[in-house]
Design a protein around this ligand. Structure first.
Ligand code: ADX
Ligand code: SF4
Length: 337
């Protein structure tokens, strides 16, 4: 949560505190959504409505604005106050970065579906050039870079350096930079937010209270900065990476969390073997960890080698439920309310 407001806008979250001292479930969920998307730092104040104290400040704000549910959000600006009863509406209306131009007005997204991955990439890059960024961390992403380089179009590449990647991953990033002679924007976490987390909870808080807070600071917030001013981005996600979370992955969609930029998943309908066939056929560089049993690779403390018979995402955040094994970069874009 922000300690000082950086503008004339003040964003307040009103939460309900139960008699047990814990926040209500919906308030905790709303906070998790904000943290997942790296937006928690943009809340200036939390005001509590205590279940046991009808005179608490949160109750007073609820009465003043005629709200009867928790949580809710107030945005004060230039003497006016906007009230939001849904965290998703609040994010969409108040916290989304405006893309330079809304992608929806520019490209026929449905026409991308029947194309092959190289054709999808070519069509998008012809349109957006370096205003389209490839999110690079894993094997799939180098396939995207390889295909993008083959189009002869310009494009940009970024990598989210969480500070917790394996040494092999750092070596791999540099190898890709040299192999393709491509610039890679390496994004670091916000230093103040990271220092606050580590001094409050230590370096392994994700083992106790889940990975969302740490991923929010180390990955999701820097993603927002990497996409600032971009009109499109590409990821290496595939549907078969996770039946629990990626089954319904679209080839393309407008990304409401990033100003309705176009989000392209060119490999959505490829399998892992399609990816590895492409890597071998085209002599594409890959992370040395893959030769040691690693399949899906994230941060070092949250990734292990795959065991026989396991699904590839079983080796990411393995202490958590399968439905929660997403770092927050790719949360489904939820509809309003
Ligand atoms: S995650 O949500 O579990 O971390 P995963 O590792 O499957 O994602 O990667 C899916 C896609 O997200 C990658 O193909 C890549 O496009 C993007 N991505 C994931 N991690 C990073 C990162 N550290 N830097 C840049 N892009 C990333
Ligand atoms: Fe933190 Fe683990 Fe997420 Fe990396 S994957 S940002 S170390 S919780």
């Amino acid at each position: 949560m922000a300690t000082t407001s950086t503008s004339d806008v003040r964003r307040i979250m009103v939460k309900k505190r139960l008699a047990s001292g814990r926040p209500c479930d919906k308030c905790a969920q709303a906070e998790a959504i904000l943290r997942d998307r790296g937006l928690w730092e943009r809340i200036d104040d939390v005001v509590w409505a205590d279940e046991t104290d009808p005179k608490s400040p949160g109750h007073a704000l609820a009465a003043e604005h005629g709200v009867t549910i928790a949580p809710f959000f107030l945005v004060e600006s230039a003497g006016a106050v906007n009230v939001y009863k849904s965290v998703l509406s609040f994010i969409k209306k108040e916290l989304s970065e405006p893309a330079t131009v809304r992608a929806s007005t520019e490209l026929d997204l449905a026409a991308l579906d029947p194309l092959s991955p190289p054709e999808r990439i070519e069509r998008v890059l012809k349109h957006y050039g370096s205003d389209c960024a490839i999110a690079f961390s894993g094997a799939e992403d180098v396939v995207l870079i390889d295909m993008a380089a083959n189009t002869g179009q310009s494009f940009s590449v970024f990598c989210l350096d969480t500070g917790r990647l394996h040494p092999e991953t750092y070596a791999f990033i540099e190898r890709v930079r040299e192999h393709y002679r491509v610039g890679i924007d390496v994004m670091s976490p916000n230093a103040a937010a990271l220092e606050a987390l580590v001094s409050e909870k230590g370096l392994f808080s994700f083992r106790q209270d889940g990975h969302h807070e740490c991923c929010g600071i180390r990955k999701v917030e820097p993603l927002g900065r990497a996409l600032r001013g971009k009109r499109a981005w590409m990821t290496g996600q595939r549907r078969d990476q996770s039946p629990a979370t990626r089954d319904g992955l679209a080839v393309s969609a407008l990304d409401a969390a990033h100003g309705d930029a176009l989000k392209l998943n060119p490999l959505a309908d490829w399998s892992s073997s399609d990816v590895w066939k492409y890597i071998r056929d085209h002599d594409v560089p890959y992370n040395a960890l893959h030769d040691r049993g690693y399949v899906s690779i994230g941060c070092e403390p949250c990734t292990r080698a795959l065991r026989p018979g396991e699904h590839e995402r079983a080796a990411r955040w393995w202490w958590e439920d399968a439905t929660k094994r997403e770092c927050g970069l790719h949360l489904p874009v939820a509809s309003d309310d």
